[in-house]
Design a binder for this molecule. Structure first.
Ligand code: F6R
Length: 241
């Protein structure tokens, strides 16, 4: 695991965006694994800037997102479909048909999940997988106690995650209780994993991810077994690393 210290959130975002931009320049048909949440927003802003100011071209890029709330449609303002359009896709020249986010309104969850894994496999896995980390060490919505090698599946969000995500909703009651999440198998099929973390709330999870045992209680600890992980984080997030 390679650790890259950053001075602040802007520095994390710049470093991550530079790596993703280089990937897209070297391989225009790259498959990018993307995340939502607060952490990657600065990275998306930098990539949008590179698109406008440096002609970074996303026209051949394909993308695969980690997760979606179960029960939210693409036009719901808190859905991850909506988030991705608003924070990234609508501002670059990626073709929307080349972007993939799990269908939160599916009537057939197991079919949707199986098709999502098959789609990721058919793309050859992701070239870069961008990840945030939950305060409890989750990645995507693979919560503590999850079996490490689940495929894409429907998951019950735990109380900690519901509380952490309530800031995006009018009240905690409105946070969906379930999500469709990519499983560890697809996440770990990435050639490079870029995990970003900022702020003191992430310190315990980051410390355990790096130094703790590989244990499903701290889902991100599985990344110790991946050959190509780069953690880009500020000093607060790395305080216990
Ligand atoms: C988002 C995702 C989540 C977040 C994590 C951290 O697609 O899969 O695992 O990365 O909850 O969220 P933030 O960045 O809001 O702290």
């Amino acid at each position: 695991m390679q650790i890259r210290y950053s001075v602040d959130y802007a520095d994390i975002s710049r470093k991550a965006a530079l790596i993703i931009a280089a990937q897209v320049q070297i391989k225009p048909h790259s498959v990018l694994g993307l995340a939502t949440g607060s952490t990657p927003i600065g990275t998306y802003k930098e990539l949008i800037r590179f698109h406008h100011e440096e002609d970074l071209d996303f026209s051949k890029v394909k993308s695969v997102n980690l997760d979606e709330y179960y029960g939210l449609g693409p036009d719901h303002e808190q859905s991850y479909h909506y988030f991705m359009r608003q924070n990234f896709f609508d501002h670059i020249n990626i073709h929307l048909e080349n972007t993939h986010v799990p269908d939160g309104l599916t009537a057939d969850v197991s079919k949707t999940c199986a098709e999502y894994d098959a789609m990721v496999a058919s793309l050859g896995g992701t070239d870069i997988q961008l990840l945030g980390i939950g305060d409890n060490g989750h990645i995507a919505f693979n919560e503590p106690h999850s079996f490490f090698f689940a495929n894409t599946h429907l998951v019950d969000l735990n109380e900690e995650t519901i509380k952490a995500n309530a800031r995006f909703f009018a009240s905690e009651n409105e946070v969906p209780r379930q999500a469709i999440t990519m499983g560890m198998r697809s996440i770990l099929s990435a050639k490079l994993i870029l995990l970003l973390a900022s702020g003191p709330k992430k310190a315990a999870a980051i410390g355990q991810m790096i130094h703790g045992p590989v244990d499903p209680q701290l889902p991100a600890s599985i990344l110790q077994l991946h050959p190509n992980v780069m953690v880009i984080a500020d000093r607060e997030a790395l305080a216990l690393a």
